[in-house]
Design a protein. Structure first.
Length: 710
């Protein structure tokens, strides 16, 4: 049988002119036409990712052992896509004659007389004997590779290519459920696998696109209500008449919102890492400030857990380096936070040096700088915790996977270490882990950083509370365009309280219409709105001559850089993330409109605060019964109470501070009054300054050679 049409095999006779001509000339060498190749490719276009061998074009040409070779040649000439013929006896296959090998053998000396003018069993026996001589095995199972039609295409390719090299590209036999044998061309199988690769790539690209679109949508949907939650807490905190209980409720709302925002950020960070969208952002950075900030942020958390937090920094580590400081801060925060969380007793130590050093291995000297002026910085976070089981080490950096200790704690998402490892690798390093159960764990990594001069590092911004718009210009008009009423209300409340003239639009079309009549100096434009989005509205406004005089700041809940680039390309002058920070918003408005603000007096002292400050500055060398300094009063309180007070201030929990104040003896009424006043006015920094000296029996940053500038 020939082909899928099951046509009868034509028997060539001596009268056939093709046979007579062939006998006296060079053997026929097939050259399948381009049309035939295109036809096969078109059949493969119908494949899916779940296709099997049953979906591929096959041939069912069968002959018996007594069929003459001339008939086989005729079949090959008539069907350029025929990969070979199957030789059968008693309804079973006894061998196959591949197309390429058939023409190879008849092209040998006397090949025409031996193999064309005799039964095909002569050629089959000769070929099998040749295989036995070359392989020293029974060649029939190797040559006649038999696979079921339900076999996957990838699996079939893998098995077929495991055959000896000179057989790897010969056709394979596909067995159907009805015990019908068919022959599959190995080249067609490889084309099919290539098509599956393309389908898989297209599916992965579509999945990544869908995932990105989903995350972009979810980012917008989650950040938009958070914008209202955190925005209104900022607005309401400006109300000096708000009761202490309401301020307490605001603090709880704000902390919950910030925590949710952090979780959203972790998921988006992981998504950007998986899609390759995370980029390196190197800047001139104050490393010492980072270390001090981390120590101040984490020392109370460590103290509350009964742990000793130790920072060791070698004296030759430069203070100012060029590095991605944001990612470094996130990595160290994750590693130190995990160490504190999962260490029941003992200590957590951060070591920073300019040589590659491992706590359990020997020290390896490393050049101070390379030919690019870069230095290798080594970071180690060591704890005295329970350690990590060997079977969990391989899964340590997998997203959403936690160790048994982490699962039992019920904390975290399992993303911290995965994100940290990705960030470190992006910066050119790799996190190494050594752990001994019952003794502790060490996470270490090395990064290259370029030392820089101090003046190139920008000074940290000073946050001040703006209370009014300076009257340098008669009126500043701002248009807020957002489809969410709560988002508009946050901005309107905040900006009108400072003295701006503000109008609202609930979609892009209204924004364009109001721009024409209201002539705002600046527009805060949400980019995702119904009817007309912010992109089109911005383009329409900027396309008109007077529109160039209006500054447009985009409001976006997107975390992806490509959308930000599209925002700027649409004509926006700037963009701002949701949820927004009040200081960032006011800074951008000032930059684009050239306005300035009247700020709250830093002292902001009420009469009671002034009295407390006077108490603090009294001479402690000769304290009397009624005029002792606050530090003297504080030193008489129990150490645990002082630690609780410091922790409550660090977490901005005024309710806890007020509860602690109730425990102060009546003889220390001045201390109680000052602390209560500070708590009610959210002056937590003053409480931290007061408790700092009592909390720290050791230096903030331990260094082999103390650095006074820290």
């Amino acid at each position: 049988m020939i082909g899928k049409d099951s046509q009868e095999l034509a028997i060539a006779s001596d009268a056939d002119p093709r046979v007579r001509a062939h006998a006296s000339t060079e053997p026929f060498r097939p050259n399948p036409s381009l049309e035939n190749f295109i036809a096969i490719v078109k059949q493969l276009d119908n494949l899916t990712l779940h296709s099997t061998l049953a979906d591929l074009p096959t041939s069912d040409c069968k002959v018996d052992a007594n069929t003459f070779g001339e008939e086989i040649e005729t079949a090959f000439q008539s069907h350029p896509d025929l990969p070979g013929v199957m030789v059968t006896a008693n309804d079973r296959i006894i061998g196959i004659v591949p197309r390429a090998r058939f023409f190879e053998w008849i092209s040998r000396p006397y090949g025409v007389e031996l193999y064309l003018k005799r039964p095909i069993r002569v050629l089959l026996e000769t070929m099998i004997q040749d295989l036995n001589n070359r392989l020293d095995v029974d060649a029939y199972p190797i040559r006649c590779l038999l696979l079921g039609e339900t076999s996957s295409i990838d699996q079939a390719v893998e098995i077929a290519l495991q055959r000896p090299a000179f057989l790897a590209y010969e056709p394979i036999v596909v067995a159907g459920a009805d015990r019908q044998w068919r022959l599959l061309d190995m080249y067609v199988l490889l084309l099919a696998q290539s098509q599956l690769f393309k389908l898989a790539k297209d599916a992965a690209d579509a999945a990544n696109k869908a995932k990105s679109e989903f995350l972009a949508s979810m980012s917008h949907e989650l950040r938009t209500p958070l914008n209202a939650i955190l925005g209104f807490t900022q607005v309401m905190r400006r109300d000096a008449e708000l009761s202490a209980a309401h301020q307490q409720h605001l603090n709880i709302i704000n902390r919950a919102g910030e925590h949710l925002l952090d979780l959203i950020g972790d998921v988006l960070d992981m998504s950007k890492i998986e899609s390759g969208r995370t980029t390196l952002n190197e800047t001139d950075f104050d490393l010492y400030r980072l270390l001090n900030g981390l120590h101040e942020m984490l020392q109370l958390k460590a103290a509350a857990a009964g742990l000793k937090l130790i920072f060791e920094c070698e004296s030759d580590v430069p203070q100012y380096v060029r590095i991605d400081g944001g990612k470094l801060r996130q990595v160290l925060t994750n590693l130190l936070g995990n160490a504190i969380k999962f260490t029941p007793s003992g200590s957590v130590t951060l070591r920073v040096s300019s040589v590659i050093r491992h706590s359990s291995l020997e020290t390896h000297p490393f050049p101070r700088t390379n030919d690019r002026g870069q230095m290798t910085l080594s970071f180690e976070v060591e704890d005295t915790g329970a350690g990590i089981a060997p079977e969990e080490m391989n899964r340590l950096f997998e997203p959403f996977r936690q160790t048994e200790t982490g699962r039992n704690s019920g904390q975290g998402t399992g993303l911290g270490l995965a994100i940290s490892q990705s960030f470190v690798r992006l910066m050119g390093g790799d996190i190494r882990v050594t752990s001994t159960q019952g003794k502790g764990t060490t996470f270490a990594f090395d990064l290259e950083a370029k030392p820089v001069c101090a003046p190139s590092v920008p000074a940290p911004p000073q946050t001040r509370k703006a209370i009014a718009l300076a009257s340098e210009r008669p009126e500043c008009r701002i248009l807020v365009a957002d489809d969410r009423p709560e988002s508009r209300l946050v901005l309107v409340e905040l900006l009108t309280s400072l003295g701006f003239s503000v109008r609202e639009a609930q979609n892009g079309r209204e924004a364009v219409e109001l721009w024409s009549s209201y002539s705002p100096h600046l527009i805060l434009m949400d980019m995702r709105m119904p009817v007309m989005d912010g992109f089109e509205a911005t383009q329409r406004i900027k396309s008109q001559l007077k529109g160039q005089a209006t500054a447009i700041i985009a409001l976006t809940a997107s975390a992806f850089d490509n959308e930000r680039q599209a925002i700027l390309a649409s004509g926006c002058d700037d963009f701002m993330n949701k949820p927004f920070r009040e200081d960032v918003l006011l800074d951008k408005i000032a930059r684009h409109l050239g306005v300035s603000y009247i700020y709250e007096d830093p002292s902001g002292a009420s009469p009671q605060e002034t009295l407390c400050k006077q108490c603090e500055t009294q001479n402690p060398a000769n304290p009397g019964a009624d005029d002792r300094s606050l530090s003297d009063y504080l030193s008489q309180m129990p150490p645990d109470w002082i630690a609780d007070l410091h922790q409550a201030a660090l977490k901005c929990r005024d309710d806890e501070i007020l509860q602690l104040v109730k425990m102060i003896p009546e003889s220390y009424s001045e201390l109680a009054k000052c602390l209560a006043d500070w708590a009610e006015n959210f002056l937590f920094d003053r409480i931290l300054e007061l408790t700092q000296s009592e909390m720290q029996a050791e230096p903030t940053l331990e260094k082999h050679n103390a650095i006074a500038s820290l």
